[in-house]
Design a protein around this ligand. Structure first.
Ligand code: SF4
Length: 359
């Protein structure tokens, strides 16, 4: 990425022309591209596949200018506010599905702590702690293919009790649900239902064999049909193509996903997918976040699992395209503490958003 200036100088020397003019011409051309991305995104226009791929691949595009273009869209919809979310893995492991990336899958040999559902008082206490720490959203995650009717009733009751005590948004991720289940959760006051698409339909068979992309879509459609907001994202770095990433970004736009967690694959030893050559450099992660912002301008784009591992020292730059983060770790992987996340947000000149402020 640092090469534009050198390349332009190289052309100038070879051609014996005025370096400054060529540089200006080059910058003008690229400037037009960055500006077009912002303007078209703000106008609600789609990008072509070629434009999406260019964001991911074109080394002539300067990362900082791309981030600035994405930031203008983010700032229009969310200012400098950041929604911090806490995950609570209320049930871990013992899953009959074979999602190859997941340490909780039936085929995983990962050394994780497996447990059935936590006690209700423990779940409630964790929600209260998240609210008191200024978190925007509390997300309860259950491993497994999907809940039965009794479990849905139990989760609905928990949602009611959390909502009666805390001013915090509540999200549930519990696997496949149908419309009847979605209606029960909606009636209880659940704000969002999470169910990730994970990857493009054409790549889905390479990451799971016990269910299909269409199965996942059906749950998202059921949740939306009953008025629940949809949270759905992907995991990049699982051998998918760049075109797959663009396809998912477009599909989530079509599904009107209100929040989009962009996860960066983290290998947990023993997980079936293995330590694949993911190619996730900090710059690539940032370009992916920019792509999702341009294609989903008013959605909550979250720099999700793997942020610390793959963005490393550039993690704060994720706040330019993204307006959401997780704190206090992920399902089976530690992450930055809430205090560290809040410090990073403050140091970068952004501010933590609470539900009260959003209202
Ligand atoms: S991602 Fe969910 S459904 Fe798939 S194996 Fe993990 S817990 Fe089970």
């Amino acid at each position: 990425m640092a090469g534009n200036w050198c390349r332009v100088q190289g052309i100038a020397l070879r051609q014996g022309t005025n370096t400054k003019n060529i540089w200006v011409a080059m910058v003008d051309g690229e400037d037009a591209f960055y500006g077009r991305l912002t303007d078209r995104s703000l106008a609600g226009e789609l990008l072509t596949t070629e434009e999406g791929l260019r964001i991911l691949q074109d080394e002539k595009l300067e990362l900082l200018l791309l981030l600035q273009a994405a930031y203008r869209v983010r700032a229009h919809h969310f200012g400098r506010r950041v929604r911090v979310q806490v995950l609570n893995n209320v049930q871990n492991g013992y899953c009959p599905e074979d999602c190859h990336y997941c340490a909780q899958s039936v085929q995983s040999e990962a050394a994780i702590t497996r447990y059935r559902i936590k006690g209700e008082e423990e779940i409630l206490a964790e929600a209260e702690r998240a609210w008191q720490a200024g978190m925007y959203r509390y997300c309860m995650v259950l491993s497994g293919r999907g809940p039965n009717a009794g479990r849905v009733e139990q989760m609905a009751d928990l949602v009611r009790r959390i909502k009666s005590r805390c001013s915090i948004e509540v999200c549930l991720s519990a696997g496949f649900i149908d419309r009847k289940m979605a209606a029960v959760l909606k009636e209880a006051g659940l704000d969002r239902y999470n169910h990730n698409l994970n990857t493009a339909e054409g790549h889905y068979g390479a990451i799971c064999r016990t269910h299909t992309y269409q199965d996942r879509l059906a749950t998202l459609q059921a949740a939306r049909a009953e008025g629940l907001q949809v949270c759905s994202g992907l995991i990049v770095g699982m051998g998918e193509s760049d075109a797959d990433i663009v396809t998912v970004a477009n599909h989530l736009r079509t599904l009107q996903a209100r929040s989009i967690p962009v996860n960066f694959y983290m290998y947990i030893p023993g997980s079936p997918l293995g330590d694949v050559a993911h190619g996730l450099t900090p710059e690539r992660c940032l370009r992916i976040l920019c792509l999702f912002r341009f294609l989903n301008p008013d959605a909550e784009i979250r720099a999700a699992g793997g942020r610390e591992l793959h963005l490393r020292s550039l993690a704060a730059l994720a706040l330019y395209p993204a307006n959401g983060l997780f704190s206090a770790g992920y399902l089976n992987v530690a992450g930055q503490s809430t205090a560290e996340v809040q410090q990073m947000i403050q140091d970068a000149g952004f501010e933590v958003e609470t539900v009260e402020e959003a209202e």
